[in-house]
Unconditional design. Sequence first.
Length: 365
Amino acid sequence: MAELNFNNVIKKYGKTEVIHELNLDIKDKEFIVLVGPSGCGKSTLLRMVAGLEEITHGTISIDGKIVNDITPKDRGLAMVFQNYALYPHMNVLENMSFGLKLMKTPKKEIKQRVEEVGLILGLEDLLLRRPHELSGGQRQRVAMGRAMVRKPSIFLFDEPLSNLDAKLRIQMRAEIKMLHQRVDSTMIYVTHDQVEAMTLADRIVVLRDGYIEQVGTPIELFSSPVNTFVAGFIGTPPMNLVECVIKKETNNTFILFQDGLKIVVPDKEGTQLTHDQKVVFGLRAEEITPVNDHTQLPEDWMFKANVMVVEPLGNETQLHVDIMGIRVLSRSEGRRIVRTNDEITLGLDLNEMHLFDAKTTQVIY
């Protein structure tokens, strides 16, 4: 069992506060991903859990026990670093067993653990090779294996895939997910790549400037962002966000865009919108699609658009389009041929739209 709790955690470097009264509860065996732009505090949080950074204020607890003053080696954790941190003069076997030797684990048990983990990670034929004789993916497996043999209660990953090429990243993502299923331990994973976050996490913690913006499952963050930052950070491509103004006319409420485009706001129970209220309209690219014979949307949700850029992606095409001066991203499924400068009709599924307050950036609905 390995629950982890942050209680009013603050981190300062000198007078500069980089983590601000952070509270977070992580469940036993949960895979949590900390995601956010560079400098948001995610690696600092991980290092505080590992005991590599002191906590200025507040507490971190593992299974109800405060660990602020417990040394890193006594916290029952294992960390996988971005640069692998393998000893170049040691072979794979020696690298994986080094930590166990420091813990004075019996030789027979060391051999058994290394062979068992080597088999799981496909390293059984590489145990006598040194790091310079391994590929990037193999070195990453060795780093994970060195953590696994210790049988930690919590695994910590600090951007472990950032040095790998795109193909290897996809492969290693799957291996890390399978590792979580095998070892059944709590895992905390740091990345700036929201695709990694979406594919790996049970829950994602979105950080910005030392604050938590939102915590939720991947689908919750994608479908129900709490503010424009999360909406623009989660999803590939990010959500289209356009500033506009609410207009009330007789029995209808409209969104009026800068260039005169006007859209009726679908009824949402309990939503309080006021005349001339400044808002940000949000709609994802997959909800803005070329109209075809199968489109089932009201006619007033369909708009003429000029195609500015076409990005073929194989089974779909990403379109940069202009709708009456409003530039947005659209997505066309299948292999429909669309060319730059074409005029097409787009359907906007306004049932999936979001509105955010322009001043606070918080979601209205």
